[in-house]
Design a protein around this ligand. Sequence first.
Ligand code: NOJ
Length: 556
Amino acid sequence: MSNTYPLVSAPGREWWRSAVIYQIYPRSFADGNGDGMGDLKGITERLPALQELGVDAVWFSPFFKSPQKDAGYDVSDYKDIDPLFGTLQDFDIMLAEATKLGLRVIVDLVPNHSSDQHPLFQAALKAGKGSPERDMYMFRDGKGKNGEVPPNNWESVFGGPAWTRITEPNGELGQWYLHIFDSSQPDFNWRNDKVAEEFDDILRFWLDRGVAGFRIDVAHGMIKADGLPDVAVNNSTMTGVEKESEEPHPFWGQDGVHAINHRFRKIMDEYEDRAMCAEAWLPTIDKMALWVRPGEYHQTFNFGFMSADWNKSEYKDIVDESMDAFNGVGAPSTWVLSNHDTIRHATRMAYKSVPKQGDGIGPDYEQPDEAKGQRVARAASTFMLGLPGSSYIYQGEELGLPENTTMAPEFRQDPTFFRTKGERVGRDGCRVPLPWDANEKAFGFNQTGEAWLPQPELYKTYARNQQRGVAGSTLELYKRLLKLRREYDLGNGELVWAPEHSGETSLAYINNGVLVLANFDGPAIALPKGELLATTQHDLSIEEVLEHDQVAWIKL
Ligand code: NOJ
């Protein structure tokens, strides 16, 4: 199939309002040079699989120059590619190929912090207290008689204190610097205009190169409250507050961030048809919507489904609240079930409850019911992909790929694991190299069999070649849903609840004439009359009833 739709979208129907965006985690998508680490060459070769899947755009987790202390979210040069992944030329080749295939390319910008190896941080260390170089980051004197106590009680999202004390150029212990994440990720001081100017330049660098936009990392953390007051409750999450709390958190979701949103947006608007999506973990959907008001972000991640239980009322509430909040500011809602920071939904949904976001599941944890995870995850994805707005797919979820929940400690790489001395295993389980071909080394991830994280044996059954062309497979289900989504223009559609088709444990909505019916946990229900467009039931000939944990799309 050749993708002939234009890469410049019409006013009012901008691509980002309805796009299905596929997240590539470059370390684990495909490895072209066989060193066990994914790279741009490998990705370029495999892009046709994404065109075949039917997505509109691809978001790449960071591939910039980096010491890789947080898998690339610690950037030491924002305008170059890390040799692990290739070169700028490899990037240009990949971008050209993606464009040819009708896929837009979104890159991941990490403005809240840099690597401690970034020249600006190195200069700050050398320049000493009170220097303009130090003012690019968040340096403070410690408390206590000799400054030996951190400036406040903030904790890192990855565990442990959010402050590290440095040795000054004169060899004495000196100031502390803030790092909301790992100590190798010092936070920038976004109240300093020089920091903003640096990023103006970085945005333009990638926009000039032809990217369609950015996913902006930790967009809600860039401004810290004046005076850096203690936080009431440290809970090492990216939201920081409980859903009900209205307390302003000192480093998450501060009002001052909106000025940065406007600044970024002005730059985006200098270019045609570009978009940016905020990673802003905010406690309520209403708060998320403030980020996509006119003049700010085009999209923001709506993480509701990631923490929702698979039941009628939670799913309905999330959709209602999202439609209200995002429609209210003229922005599309986004939807997402999995990413590189959360337990893959094919595993998460096998449980009643799981460790909190970012903590992961290891071999000591109760192991999942694989069949249940598969069933519920397929259903949740099928419910999500029928919704208007923009949907995100995390690489491998189209295969129903489960988490690696049996990874031994010696393979762990996530700073969370080390900063909590293994108490929280972290996010490696969702970052394992993809299986492409059950019969090849490393399941086709490369040709040498190397893999930076171990692939569990069960990945063999999920390999793409085991599913391609197989009726009822998860891959064919996703392909069908995405094809129908395009055909019926569901991304731009309008959602209407269909109570006449819903029951006690089932929920139905209609979007552009397509009825999406979910049976959550009740007995089998009768399918309404109409043309069955898609069903999560493996046995595609079942056209009369819908079992529990199943979803169908019907043309009324
Ligand atoms: C959010 C990213 O998604 C995550 O992977 C990273 O560790 C933190 N931001 C810090 O950059």
